[in-house]
Design a protein around this ligand. Structure first.
Ligand code: C2O
Ligand code: CU
Length: 527
């Protein structure tokens, strides 16, 4: 297995680790060459071999998982204020800037936020709205705002090629179609630094309400889950080598910026949760022990038929779900991210269980009749495909690192020693990888030819999953739903039917943001 050879090779040859670390730092515009000689480089190397010990050995001890106060009352995300009273219009400003937050009491943390909020403020829209958002970039890196999952014109979609320079600003304008609904999100998409901008705090939810909502009577909540790593002295450390390979998972998974808040469940005994996974790489295998979920929606809003009695729901990075939760009795329960093995490299491959939120059902009145929804939405019969595409995801070791030997002989412009590829290629901002016709339905076969899960995302539209093939077994989808991100397990093949409604350049990529930054991304030209 290529990756095992790669790890063994690394363990023997620290020069390569340091060189690659320095070139990564250069590539990401952070730390620069000094990173090569300071302790953070060593930290990266230790992290490679013993993920849990590296930080302690170099003095940048991680904060304890209770360092951010737990058990505060659940609060909805702060809403972004609409500056225009005109009906059907939404106008606002997002300022991306370094911000001092007090996450650990008495300790300052410099995060990067939208409008001072982590996560960014909730944008509440209605289907058909005209949206105008001004971005001001007060960061010292280029940034963009990408409207994840929304069918916005490609020149308004925050593609890496259209970055806003430090100190600059721009206006994003688009009109939502009349049939768009559900939970979406906005986050930066600049070249090579998307992972860093998101893990430092730049990501926010967008809730789009349909014109007619059959479940309007059930109280709804927005839960934006973000990932955070903090040192004991309150810093958000840079990605180390393990993070670049596996995608970053910090010691915190926050809900609306809170560490394990307590949600007092509605007295009616039912709630709808719109949940966003805005983490770089943390898979949320959601469970609420003692309870079952009814799945109401996915990335693209309501599914066709409600799916009752689910014990768990997997929400991969960038995905969203809408869940109906019904109280059973008055006890409390923990919303958990259960262990999930996504084939991570080095050390333990499974992510251990983590409690996300405490749910207190004590206010629930007895004898209230729960609403049992069934048909949620009409789905069209999908038109037949007129074209086919195949996208193969792979990991490999870069030739530079293979042949390198020692630090001095490394090519310093080699972006990394580990490559994450689509159809054998690393991202090129000026290359067109695939072509489609606007309005044409296509079948895409996506193949994960690697040892790790990768969540595959396409910009500008929602697609239907037709079937998944794993270990020679075919699984057709149990219900009809819209997605913009689909997870592929190691060696899994997924077939989707997809149509791009608008012309322009669209990105498709792995949504483990470190992998995206390392080149696991391509460009689709829609003509
Ligand atoms: Cu969440 Cu290319 O995007
Ligand atoms: Cu990936």
């Amino acid at each position: 297995m290529q990756r095992r050879r790669f790890l063994a090779h690394l363990a023997r040859s620290s020069g390569i680790v340091l060189a690659a670390k320095a070139s990564l730092a250069l590539a990401s515009g952070m730390e620069g060459m000094s990173g090569m000689s300071d302790m953070r480089s060593m930290h990266g190397m230790h992290g490679m071999m013993k993920p849990s010990e590296g930080a302690a050995q170099t003095g940048s001890t991680l904060a304890r998982s209770d360092a951010i106060p737990m058990g505060r009352p659940f609060a909805a995300p702060v809403a972004l204020r609409n500056e225009t009273p005109e009906p059907g219009k939404f106008k606002a400003r997002l300022v991306a800037a370094p911000t001092n937050l007090s996450l650990i009491p008495g300790v300052d943390t410099q995060a990067w936020t939208y409008n001072g909020q982590m996560p960014g403020p909730l944008i509440e829209l209605r289907a058909g709205d005209e949206v105008e958002v001004t971005l001001e970039n007060h960061l010292d890196q280029p940034t963009t705002v990408h409207w994840h999952g929304l069918p916005v014109p490609s020149d308004q979609d925050g593609n890496p090629a259209e970055a806003v320079a430090p100190g600059g600003s721009r206006v994003y304008r688009f009109k939502l179609p009349d049939d768009v609904e559900g939970l979406y999100w906005y986050h930066p998409h600049p070249h090579r630094v998307s992972a860093e901008q998101v893990y430092r705090g730049l990501a926010g939810p967008i809730l789009i309400r349909p014109r007619h909502d059959p479940l309007a009577a059930i109280p709804e909540r927005v839960l934006a889950v973000t990932d955070l790593r903090l040192t004991a002295d309150g810093r958000i450390p840079a990605d180390d080598m393990m993070d670049w390979m596996n995608g970053r998972e910090g010691q915190f998974a926050l809900v609306n910026g809170m560490n394990r808040p307590i949600l007092s469940f509605h007295s009616n005994g039912q709630e709808r949760w719109h949940l966003l996974n805005a983490t770089n790489a943390r898979y949320l295998r959601l469970t609420l022990p003692g309870h079952r979920f009814t799945l109401l929606g996915t990335d693209g809003g309501r599914i066709e038929q409600a799916q009752p009695d689910m014990r768990e729901v997997l929400v991969a990075p960038a995905q969203r779900v809408e869940l109906l939760v019904t109280a059973v009795g008055n006890d409390s329960a923990q919303l958990m991210a259960a262990p999930y093995d996504r084939g991570k490299m080095g050390g333990e491959s499974a992510t251990p269980a983590m409690a996300l939120m405490h749910v207190d059902f004590s206010a629930v009145r007895q004898g209230v009749q729960p609403v049992v929804p069934k048909s949620l939405r009409k789905f069209p019969n999908l038109p037949p495909a007129v074209a086919r595409k195949r996208i193969v995801m792979s990991e490999s070791m870069s030739m530079g690192a293979m042949s390198g030997g020692h630090g001095s002989s490394m090519k310093m412009d080699d972006p990394t020693m580990m490559e994450f590829l689509l159809n054998g290629k690393s991202f090129d901002m000026h290359r067109v990888d695939l072509r489609s016709k606007a309005g044409a339905w296509e079948d895409w076969e996506i193949v994960n030819d690697s040892d790790m899960d990768h969540p595959f995302h396409v910009h500008g539209t929602q697609f239907a999953v037709l079937e998944r093939v794993l270990d020679g077994r075919r699984h057709s989808e149990p219900f009809r739903a819209w997605y913009d991100t689909v997870d592929l397990k190691s060696r899994e093949t997924v077939r989707i039917r997809i149509m791009q409604p608008q012309k322009g350049i669209r990105m498709y990529h792995c949504h483990i943001l470190e992998h995206e930054d390392l080149g696991m991304m391509g460009r689709l030209r829609v003509a």
